[in-house]
Design a protein around this ligand. Structure first.
Ligand code: HEC
Length: 174
């Protein structure tokens, strides 16, 4: 009876052996795990991100599109793209540029004057990134042009540009 009590008193403050083994074991495991992932397996956050992005691009090719190497729009002359681009233009751009593209708040897009360049590459940048108020307030004073990077994305912008090119011969491929 007396011995039992003493045993309990001396053990007070110590965690059970199985718990301590688990504790040290998990530290050893963690060190080994880090060494394995970053050393042997060569895992990295950047690499995994890149793989996931590549996977997305493969599964949803319609979400992303790239200009040709020379900067020209790959959808030029593509009837389906032009029709899709017209829909987008009427819904999103016509409010400022007028349905016939002759301009309201935004400038005329079917004349020969291009404020920020007349090539596909330059116009793509304007539609993608927009024109900030500060830039638009330079001489002559104009409004801002909203960015369409997230609202449209690259492919839809290029479709709109195919429609633009079909109406505006002064928009050059390169
Ligand atoms: C809120 C009004 C508004 C909307 C919506 C808008 N724009 Fe604009 N856009 C402007 C203004 C204002 C400018 C002139 C900006 C500047 O350079 O000062 C402009 C400029 C441009 C230019 C450059 C013209 C040039 O001469 O270089 C292009 C191309 C263009 N817009 C296309 C589009 C397209 C395509 C859409 C639809 C996806 C669109 N815009 C939607 C207001 C708008």
């Amino acid at each position: 009876m007396q011995n039992d009590e003493q045993e309990i008193i001396t053990n007070r403050g110590w965690l059970p052996t199985w718990w301590m083994l688990l504790f040290y074991g998990s530290i050893v495991f963690a060190i080994g795990y880090v060494a394995y992932m970053h050393g042997v397996a060569g895992w990295s956050q950047g690499k995994q991100y890149g793989e996931e992005v590549a996977d997305f691009d493969k599964n949803f090719p319609s979400q992303t599109a790239k200009l040709n190497d020379d900067g020209s729009n790959p959808f030029r002359g593509d009837a389906a793209a032009i029709a899709a681009g017209q829909k987008t233009f009427d819904g999103l751009c016509a409010a400022c540029h007028k349905a016939d593209m002759t301009g309201l708040v935004g400038p005329n897009l079917v004349d020969a004057t291009w404020l920020h360049g007349s090539t596909d590459k330059e116009v793509y940048k304007v539609i993608l990134e927009g024109v900030t108020v500060e830039k638009a307030l330079q001489n002559p004073v104009r409004g801002a042009m909203p960015a369409h990077k997230t609202s449209l994305g690259s492919k839809k912008i290029m479709e709109v540009m195919a429609y633009l090119a079909s109406r505006s011969p002064s928009l050059r491929a390169k």
